[in-house]
Design a protein around this ligand. Structure first.
Ligand code: FAD
Ligand code: DLZ
Ligand code: SF4
Length: 506
């Protein structure tokens, strides 16, 4: 008999596992816009518009390829509001003897799906998502028996397995990792490539109107809406990146410039994560760019490491450690998320820019996420679950498999060091070195105490003092702890008093 095949909003790939053996005549492809997915956190308006528009375009792509598609819009009559409800409606009339779906990227939904078979009284086949380069079993095998799950070793194994940037069994150029060459501060006169602007087509216009009406209370700017929403458009974004930005990607990977959201970053995560671009293909194209002499090795290796290394690694870690992973709170952080995360209204120029960009574009680049919004939340001791919800809802590329390890593990050290070897705690001097933010800030980056002192400075030392018992054994923090010991206790006291005043006023 025929099969009902459910495709989720981040599975927009014609090669997705759930379509592999589809019978175009007999089977039905089900896609549904549902309130449960749009509101389990209050997603940024632009993110919802992106997902819905890309879903609608993908449904049209499938129809063009000859599939029978049932697409349920948010306002369709009878829309039950949940994926389970829509699957149940699809199966109700007895036309199908089986439901096939590709595993979702979030634990909560996977756990829900595992109950469907009992509820429906029909086989529900949940297939592994083979868009990822490292299957679950390979990650489990790699992790087995290791005391530390160091990304760098995982990455080397992935390089060997895929042959990407390899010369026989040796890494291209003799080194596995060129990160040391990828930390240049920004300098005046850098010419960042322009990104494509496109006018929304009728499908996107409809979706934008729908989101404006139904999700008016969600955070973020809905317009102007300029994301690619079809595979073709996403491929154009990819090509612009490979041609114009990739050659400089490495050098300025850690740089931040006020008012410049994209720099030399790819801005492709949202397309990879929803299925419009294939990560493997992207790595191969980046490698080709190096082989053609178009982009240098430090740029291409840096870019491939982010995708083949970090992206695959966080996904492996998420599924290996969930659901307990989300529960840890190693630093016992309990403070509420400050209101300015929702408005960007703060005198701290670095946070105002990173949050402002986020609310405007549903995007911020990695180093803003890690060393500005992430580091502030770490230093201020914000409760991990609140920070995680924020990251999950504000970014167009955010799904829990990738958001949670990055926030919980990398930015907040809430897992006690499973993922990061030390907390990414930064003081003002790091931000000043890697950005031009401090020049236009109301605070003085050189000051550690006093009304004008940069909050990152006293919060940094307060963080180290407050967490000394938990962190002093970390050898990567030996130097700052030595410096702390040598500081005048009166100065430490004054910084801690300043930190308390600041945090109490948040
Ligand atoms: P580029 O700088 O151009 O990097 C190229 C690609 O590498 C990205 O598109 C992405 O696919 C991959 N990549 C780079 N770093 C990472 C990483 N640490 N983990 C996984 N993939 C990576 N990324 C998401 O895709 N979704 C998230 O929800 C997300 N949340 C994050 C939360 C925090 C606190 C931090 C510190 C990082 C988070 N990241 C997340 C990782 C990274 O910041 C984004 O992938 C990146 O900023 C996306 O922009 P880009 O496409 O321009 O990336
Ligand atoms: C993010 C999202 C949103 C906003 N809406 C939908 C939706 O209406 N229908 C759907 O199938 N998927 C949506 N998604 C993506 C899902 O939330 C995503 O598939 C899960 O979080 C698993 O990664
Ligand atoms: Fe941020 Fe401090 Fe620099 Fe201001 S002075 S931009 S708060 S690091």
């Amino acid at each position: 008999m025929a099969v009902l095949r459910l495709i989720l909003g981040d599975q927009l790939d014609p090669h997705i596992a759930s379509l592999k053996d589809a019978d175009k005549q007999a089977d039905l492809i089900l896609m549904a816009e549902v309130m449960a997915e749009a509101t389990y956190v209050r997603h940024h308006k632009k993110k919802i518009a992106f997902v819905f528009s890309a879903m609608r375009h993908f449904a049209a792509e499938l129809e063009e390829k000859g599939y029978r598609v049932c697409y349920v819009t948010l306002d369709a009559e009878g829309n039950s509001g949940s994926l389970k409800g829509e699957a149940a409606r699809g199966l109700k009339d007895g036309a199908f003897d089986r439901l096939v779906v590709t595993e979702p990227g979030e634990y909560r939904l996977k756990a829900d799906m595992e109950t469907w078979q009992d509820t429906f009284g029909l086989p529900v086949e949940i297939r592994e998502d083979d868009r990822f380069i490292c299957p679950h079993e390979d990650f489990r095998t790699w992790a087995r028996g290791r005391q530390r799950l160091t990304m760098e070793y995982f990455y080397r194994e992935m390089r060997r397995k895929t042959g990407l940037l390899m010369e026989g069994d040796k890494p291209e150029g003799g080194q596995w990792n060129y990160d040391k060459e990828n930390r240049k501060p920004p300098k005046a006169g850098l010419d960042f490539p322009k990104r494509a602007t496109r006018s929304p087509d009728d499908i996107t216009k409809d979706v934008v109107a729908l989101v404006a009406e139904r999700f008016a209370d969600h955070p973020g700017d809905l317009e102007p809406f300029g994301f690619a929403v079809t595979r073709e458009e996403a491929m154009r974004e990819r090509d612009v990146f490979l041609e114009k930005a990739l050659p400089h990607f490495g050098d300025y990977q850690d740089a931040m410039v006020a008012g410049e959201p994209w720099l030399y970053h790819s801005v492709l995560s949202l397309y990879m994560n929803c299925g419009l671009l294939d990560p493997r293909d992207l790595c191969e194209r980046a490698e080709q760019s190096y082989r053609d002499g178009h982009a240098p090795l430090n740029a291409v290796e840096g870019f491939i490491r982010q995708i083949l290394g970090w992206r695959e690694y966080v996904r492996g870690l998420y599924w290996l450690k969930m659901p307990d992973y989300a529960e840890s709170n190693f630093l016992m952080a309990q403070r509420k998320l400050p209101d300015f995360y929702w408005t960007g209204e703060t005198k701290m120029a670095c946070l105002a820019d990173a949050i402002g960009t986020t609310l405007k574009h549903a995007y911020a680049h990695h180093i803003q996420r890690l060393t500005i919004t992430g580091a502030f939340a770490l230093l201020a001791g914000i409760r991990p679950s609140e920070v995680e919800d924020w990251y999950l809802l504000v970014y167009a590329d955010a799904y829990e498999w990738v958001e949670l390890p990055n926030t919980h593990g990398m930015a907040l050290f809430a897992d006690g060091g499973l993922m990061a070897t030390k907390p990414y705690a930064v003081s003002g001097s790091y931000i000043n070195k890697m950005s031009d933010y401090c020049r236009s800030c109301a605070y003085n980056v050189k000051d550690k105490t006093g009304k004008k002192a940069c909050p990152f400075n006293y919060l940094y030392w307060d963080f180290l003092t407050r967490n000394e018992e938990r962190l002093k054994g970390n050898h990567r923090l030996a130097m700052p702890y030595r410096t702390l010991k040598m500081m005048d206790p009166k100065q430490v006291y004054a910084m801690r008093a300043e930190a308390k005043r600041f945090l109490d006023a948040l």
